[in-house]
Write a protein that binds this ligand. Structure first.
Ligand code: UDP
Ligand code: MG
Length: 320
């Protein structure tokens, strides 16, 4: 097996068949073996039924993993990587926003360039609003400043990895999976190719603004403890300022007979300090919560069903 295409699907009933056909036509004359690993991430529509139908009529190159519920795209990618048999593995969305032809280009590149272990597509031009684009840009800038790993602006999950990198990614069994960070954390030489995302084939994106914001926060907490240090610095800074202020008040009273400022200043200060304390506790709480979740050591996903490609069924059942 040369290539595995890992395809996470959540409520993609209208897309899976088109996706399968697009892959088949893109790889028709590629000259190597490939398989599609569809991960049904607890879809509530007809996705799984359609996948089963595809599996039935396929050329023995479809593997199915069905989750017991929706675990999220990150978990679906992890499951797909775990079940992929290929020497190369491509992560690609089910909605045809990422073209399978580009995946073929990626494989060809890796075949020809032994020094690279990964090819990642990045979106040079995005079809999105100015505000979102600005927020995303700021996020990347921030991440590059506060973490030791490199985040490339616009790099997507759409990528092809060599087996060694796939195994490295699988070895990071953390529960809070922020894959953009994981991919850069494991290292390896990555080649970037520009691409433009197509319009969604059918259905709607599962990423609202709030979900994106939460995802960004998760990324920061997963890959840097800088906010914790920041709270300490903030606390120290405020303590220092209050010392200075205290001296000013004392000097004013002793030498200039000026009474200390009254009620308004006190209320303002109490509110300010209370707010800052709550903020710091919140940051601390975020890290504590993540540690709590990690410490339970729960599995990243639960598969209800795993179906091997048709022809290999007997052999793999023997292994299991
Ligand atoms: N996806 C998933 N689980 C989820 C959400 C999304 O497996 O909980 C899949 C989805 O089916 C698609 C891919 O992840 O194949 C990208 O999702 P989407 O198109 O919603 O994201 P966008 O392209 O807007 O970033
Ligand atoms: Mg999409």
């Amino acid at each position: 097996m040369h290539l595995s295409l890992v395809i996470p699907c959540y409520n993609e009933a209208e897309n899976v068949s088109a996706m399968h056909d697009a892959v088949e036509s893109a790889f028709a004359n590629c000259g190597f073996e490939y398989e599609m690993v569809f991960v049904d991430d607890g879809s509530r529509d007809g996705t799984y039924a359609n996948l089963r139908a595809l599996h039935e009529r396929s050329r023995q190159n479809i593997r199915l993993v069905r989750f017991s519920r929706n675990f999220g795209k990150e978990s679906a990618l992890f499951a797909g990587l775990g079940h992929a048999a290929g020497e190369y593995v491509t992560l690609i969305d089910a909605d045809l926003q990422q073209r399978p032809e580009v995946a073929l280009e990626m494989v060809r590149f890796l075949d020809a360039h032994n020094e690279f272990d990964c090819v990642t597509a990045f979106q040079a031009q995005r079809r999105e609003g100015k505000l979102i684009a600005f927020l995303k840009r700021s996020f990347y800038r921030l991440m590059n400043r506060v973490t030791e790993i490199e985040f490339v602006q616009g790099a997507s999950d759409f990528r092809t990895m060599r087996r060694c990198m796939v195994d490295a990614v699988l070895s990071l069994a953390e529960h809070n999976r922020f894959s953009k960070g994981i991919f850069s954390w494991v290292g390896f030489q990555t080649h970037y190719i520009p691409y433009t995302a197509e319009e969604r084939n059918a259905g709607t994106s599962k990423w609202g603004t709030w979900k994106l914001f939460k995802y960004a926060l998760d990324g920061i907490i997963s890959f840097t403890t800088m906010p914790l240090r920041l709270t300490a610095v903030l606390g120290g800074g405020i303590a220092l300022l209050s010392l200075v202020y205290m001296m000013v008040v004392i000097i004013q009273k002793l030498f200039f007979e000026k009474p200390p400022a009254g009620y308004a200043t006190q209320v303002a200060l109490i509110l300010l300090l209370g707010g800052i304390q709550l903020l710091c506790m919140g940051i601390l709480g975020e890290y504590l919560a993540k540690t709590y979740v990690e410490s339970k050591r729960r599995p990243i996903y639960i598969a209800r069903e795993v179906i091997a490609p048709k022809q290999r069924k007997t052999k793999e059942e023997g292994e299991a």
